[in-house]
Ligand binder design. Sequence first.
Ligand code: ADE
Ligand code: ZN
Length: 364
Amino acid sequence: MNGLEISPFIAALPKVELHVHIEGTLTPALRWRLARRNNVPLPYATYDELLESYNVLYNHRKEVHGDNGAPTFLETYFAGTQVLCQEDDFYELGMAYLEKARDMNVRYAEPFFDLQAYLPRGIAAATVLNGYMRAQREGAERFGVQSNWIMCFIRDRPVEEGIATYEAARPWARIPGGHGLFHAVGLASNEYDRPPMLFEKAFQMAKQDGLHTTMHCDVDQKDAADHIHEAIFDVLGGHGTERIDHGLNALDRPELLQGLASKGIPLTLCPHAYHRRQATDVLFPKLRRLWELEGVKWCINSDDPTYMHNVWIDGAMEKVYHYCGLSKADMVQLSRDAVEISWADEKLKAELLQELERFEEKDC
Ligand code: ADE
Ligand code: ZN
């Protein structure tokens, strides 16, 4: 991880994770085991070859750089989902993340899931969602990590397919009479020529059901700032989304920063994901600037840790701590901000804030 070790302070800091794709936590070991269990062929002859495939940077985008024959990041990520077939597979993936979260002192998480990736393969919504729901319940009991999950629309697939997926998932939503697995919808995958407003109808449906809304505005993509503009000012009948995932290009235009601040829309940032593409002395001054700005809240997350050099939330926090030159008290404040940005219920938020207060008295 760029030579940084996780310090005892960052390891012990109580954490909240709001931007992690559950499919982006699939370890090579679990992928290998599930491929065998489900007779899914992998394009790697040996486990070492599979491990090696995780070392690639996946920096190029076909629309921008042309097809160089290598898979893009998202192609690699979706290839990983092929080994997930049975309810137990989804359960084990969820439990593996929540156990790892416990080990990193993550107390609460809001993992994304891509149901839409499985339905075209003939996997029933119930198979996926019952597996994740068992993990949600057991992970809270066994590991003490509470979670509310987020269903993402896959934005480079047809909008109507996303809406049909939402309808299939609805019984597992946190709505009256629902199972309570997920409490929000998001927007992920390739945003090239797929702005947030295309999904207005889908977001309106979820909002009417009382769910929260968030959307990816990935960093330095084509039209990134325009997508942020739509997410703040246009979506949901002009009310705007409740949160933006990434959204770092808001720094490019003053009206975007003003919009985030005035509407109280926070950013879930994933510093290591950007550090793969931006130099240290370019990226971290931007985060430092965002830290010093009044009014725009943000928090630190991992995104897709197993496909991003195995850097998890603790590694992402260590980078911000070290390269932004923040104090211990600043890092506690970032954890506090994550609690406030989260959609945990008020009781849990109060408990987490109390724990952070005790931690600050003892460790800062
Ligand atoms: N889905 C999973 N990981 C993603 C990422 N890093 N960007 C956009 N969509 C994603
Ligand atoms: Zn993401």
